[in-house]
Ligand binder design. Structure first.
Ligand SMILES: NC(=O)c1ccc[n+]([C@@H]2O[C@H](COP(=O)([O-])OP(=O)(O)OC[C@H]3O[C@@H](n4cnc5c(N)ncnc54)[C@H](O)[C@@H]3O)[C@@H](O)[C@H]2O)c1
Length: 383
């Protein structure tokens, strides 16, 4: 007989996945992050990896050999998606940013569900086109923001939703690295033709999602943005590859002052490289409380340490520490699983475009405002 104490235990029953029908999955772009995708797909009992595509001759083949997967290889997303015999249910789009929109739209138009890596794309115009294709297809399109699934990230949202902060009126967010321009596998993150945006899109999108998801993604209205590239263009930044300096065509630092619907101010800064460890913690200020979320040294969109809630208890100014919660399991597995569940059950995308369009609108607005050298109104095309 179960002990009476068992009745008080948290329900930790494992969810059983119905593996009787396997989802047929393809991977577009078999570079660095595709390895995390395939590793997570291989952990799912209801997935069969049937194909992959990469523009670089032989890259998809070598990728599948590394993971001991027998899949058909193609030289582009089009070739793969045009092959109707594959009967694809879903694809992961793991290409560099510039081609995200083209691949996602092509897949949706073929009736294939899409897990699209972050950032959603480069421009707000592309984001609107992606959503049009998503709506027309009726398929699931989820954006790859796995930090959202971290328990500490969820705690930020719980605190906001609990009302303990009162009305939120000011947010400071962002993060950075002292030296962290991502070039370990070449120049796809720093050239305009592949990346399109630098730190702003690559890691900026995470810090925006951290706070915007917590406060319910209000619409951005205006932005005064700045971007620079003082580190990326220096040959001595890359001791083993000084030639990368000439290829650096994006931002390595960006900052902005953004007005959001509801009278909320968002103060943002992000850096791939700077002469500082961090440009500051994330703070959320409300009329009843304030939350400090420590930054991480090498910004990757996670909570850097225990958070502090500043509030009053019966008139006494008090600080409550919120210890770091250890997340069970891999965030990438959770990201892939939540996408597959939405595909199988016909439920909404776990990270929906209806939210991320505002993330992209801010990134696009910062870019355009920085180019114009003045504050601009954020304009989102119809979708
Ligand atoms: N969620 C995360 O934690 C995370 C981490 C790293 C990167 N990313 C994102 O993933 C994306 C890819 O990053 P990466 O580091 O893997 O880049 P990468 O340059 O290593 O790989 C991209 C690959 O896509 C291929 N490709 C480009 N266009 C293609 C097309 N039309 N058809 C088929 N293949 C094509 C390229 O040849 C390349 O091999 C980026 O947008 C990045 O922001 C996400």
């Amino acid at each position: 007989m179960a002990s009476i104490l068992d009745r008080f235990k948290e329900n930790t029953e494992e969810v059983v996945v119905d593996a009787s029908k396997k989802l047929r999955v393809g991977i577009i772009g078999t570079g660095w992050i595709a390895e995390a995708h395939i590793a997570s797909y291989l952990n799912q009992p209801d997935v069969e990896i049937v194909a992959g595509a990469d523009l670089v001759e032989g890259k998809a083949k070598a990728f599948f050999e590394k993971f001991n997967v027998d899949a058909k290889c193609y030289n582009s997303h089009k070739e793969m998606l045009d092959d109707e015999s594959l009967k694809l249910d879903a694809v992961s789009v793991c290409t560099y940013n510039r081609i995200h929109a083209e691949c996602a739209i092509y897949a949706l138009n073929k009736g294939v569900n899409v897990m699209l890596e972050k950032p959603m794309c480069v421009t707000i115009e592309e984001a609107a086109e992606i959503i049009k294709a998503e709506k027309a297809s009726g398929k699931v399109l989820s954006i790859g923001f796995q930090p959202r699934l971290d328990e500490n990230m969820k705690m930020i949202k719980k605190i906001v939703d609990s009302g303990k902060l009162g009305k939120i009126y000011y947010i400071q967010t962002g993060g950075g690295r002292r030296r962290g321009i991502p070039t370990p596998y070449g120049t796809s993150f720093i050239e305009d033709k592949t990346a399109g945006i630098g730190a702003l899109g690559d890691i900026g999108c995470y810090s925006l999602d951290m706070v915007l998801n917590a406060i319910g993604y209000p619409k951005p209205l205006t932005v005064s943005g700045y971007k620079s590239n003082f580190f990326g263009i220096r040959p001595d930044y890359y001791p083993t590859h000084p030639e990368y300096a000439e290829k650096f065509e994006v931002d390595d630092f960006a900052a902005a002052f953004i007005r959001l619907e509801g009278g909320i101010i968002l103060d943002f800064r992000i850096a791939w490289a700077m002469n500082l460890d961090t440009p500051g913690d994330t703070i959320i200020l409300g009329t009843e409380g304030g939350l400090r979320i420590p930054s991480t040294e090498c910004w990757n969109g996670t909570v850097g340490g225990e958070m502090t809630l500043y509030h009053e208890v019966c008139g006494q100014q008090t600080e409550t520490k919120i210890p770091i919660i250890k997340s069970e399991g891999s965030l990438f597995d959770k990201k892939i699983r939540s996408f597959l569940d939405a595909v199988k059950n016909g439920t909404p995308a776990p990270v929906p475009t209806s939210q991320i369009i505002y993330n992209q609108a801010i990134i696009d607005g910062i870019f355009k405002s920085a180019e114009a050298g003045r504050e601009i109104e954020i304009e989102i095309p119809e979708y």
